[in-house]
Write a protein that binds this ligand. Sequence first.
Ligand code: COA
Length: 335
Amino acid sequence: MYHSKITGLGYYVPDHVVTNDDLSKIIDTNDEWIQERTGIQERRHIIPGQDTTTSMGVKAATIAIERSGVAKEDIDFVVFATLSPDYYFPGPGVLVQRDLGLRTVGALDVRNQCSGFVYALSVADQYIKTGMYKNVLVIGSEVQSTGLDMTTRGRGVSVIFGDGAGAAVLSREEDVTKGILSTHLHSEGLHAEELIVKAPGMGGRWVTDILEDKNPDDESYFPYMNGQFVFKHAVVRFAEVINEGLEANNLKVDDIDMLIPHQANLRISQFIQKKFGLKDEQVHNNVMKFGNTTAASIPIALTEAWEQGKIKSGDTVVLAAFGSGFTWASAIIKW
Ligand code: COA
């Protein structure tokens, strides 16, 4: 058995900054409401035609690969997490294989929303552990902005989300005291409809149904979120899955050097920080400037924390996520 370790990290966000004041010009909202509830000050939106989920993923991956020192020819597999693929099918994994000019390696798409990156990391980790692959490229990327209801009707959701991408190269580590120590994945489909984009779906309404109906009140193709319900579950599941990871490795809260929570909402991160008694420098948050970028949020935050020198060799790093599904997950990493 091997371990896997992160050998390269990268992120990319579009240049176009959308502040809370910008949003308040098109929908009935305001900076105070958004900051008080979520901590978000601004987020990035793509310029349509300039960036896509895949192109941002490719940009983040290019940086991660360069930093890893792994040659493109030596990437053995791609795992791509997103809820906002360029096409309904095929998924963006194969587009990354094409656009990065990789060998005809396998490419897998993961659809676990805000937990997507940790799920993707877990998948990559298993392949490396068993010895099947040596280097796996893991990407989380999202274009949320083009799918949001940018009217007052959608304000409870639309102010929260942003666009961006993050990537990691996972490579074989012979020393099993280092790298990814364990990952922990959960789901509770009972609450699938509490945070959802319902249409288009083969099981419900397809595009032709939506076009035929011409119903201006149809919200089925916009994200729906039962905000308070999601919040209540998030704080419980985050804590559970962090504790599960610590216990699995005989670690204590004191052993955490850096917690990278999925950047859903600053209030959720602060709640977790307080619950675990962590200091500010032990938790990295950037939701203030990027909003919630779903599957991209953890790799963007992880890259940023690493770039800022907040993660050093030997550190215990904890990743934790919760989101639509519901799904939740954690990863415990010895850097
Ligand atoms: N600007 C101004 N007012 C807004 C608004 C906005 N962007 N969005 C909603 N409101 C209004 C509502 O219409 C409502 O008005 P009313 O009382 O007159 O009906 C009021 O604000 C309160 O709405 P509510 O939805 O109850 O707010 P909240 O305190 O629950 O905050 C969230 C909403 C979304 C910020 C909060 O529920 C949350 O953070 N949930 C977790 C979301 C999350 O993290 N999701 C991602 C998980 S991966």
